[in-house]
Design a protein around this ligand. Structure first.
Ligand code: ADP
Length: 182
């Protein structure tokens, strides 16, 4: 193969990180396997770069309205905030299904009765890597994490502002983008 035909291939391998190019030395193998490069990428990529817009409802919203929000916002988990906008909890599809199977009036039961509460909510900060965030989804067996900023320490309790959401769908999207070489 002629040098000129080889060059674009070498450029692709350099971009992929498999080869390195140095003036006067030329091309040489970087020593990194494709798996090492993927590992590097997911450990470097930060949650803040991939997070979605959070869907939040107030703690006094009824279970009925929370179910409506699940449909209209097309999400599986709602984050619950208080009147100051701080994270109070989360409700999942099954939390809402469970209460919907009961005999209570869904218009009268506030969502805070059925939510999982802070401090039992697993959160992630924007500065954490997508690798760490995905690890939390797996370890805690949940579908979604609120991306939070710790605003102020009020005694022992942290106040958490919800700035995004990181979900299993986020992970699937990153996976597809990597598969496409992006
Ligand atoms: P589903 O219950 O619809 O399968 P999940 O697996 O995400 O959805 O939720 C399981 C339980 O964990 C629910 O009771 C829910 O309130 C709670 N939960 C959801 N998100 C979190 C989170 N980020 N941290 C802690 N608990 C959560």
């Amino acid at each position: 193969m002629r040098r000129a035909t080889l060059r674009p291939d070498l450029a692709v391998l350099t971009m992929a990180g498999l080869l390195e190019a140095r003036p006067r030395v030329g091309y040489f193998y970087s020593g990194k396997t494709p798996y090492m490069l993927i590992a590097e990428e997911i450990r470097h990529l930060k949650v803040i770069e991939v997070k979605s817009v959070p869907v939040v409802v107030m703690e006094d919203v009824s279970v009925y309205d929370a179910i409506v929000a699940l449909f209209t916002e097309d999400v599986g988990t709602l984050f619950i905030v208080n009147s100051d906008g701080y994270l109070e909890g989360a409700v999942s599809r099954k939390d809402l299904l469970k209460v919907a199977l009961g005999r209570g009036d869904l218009h009268k039961i506030p969502v805070q009765v059925v939510m999982t509460r802070v401090p039992n909510i697993v959160t992630v900060s924007g500065e954490e890597s997508v690798y760490e965030a995905a690890g939390k989804l797996v370890e805690h067996e949940v579908d979604a994490l609120p991306v939070v900023e710790v605003l102020a320490e009020d005694g022992d309790t942290e106040r958490l502002k919800v700035i995004g959401r990181f979900t299993k769908t986020t992970v699937a999207r990153i996976f597809v983008e990597m598969g496409e070489g992006r």
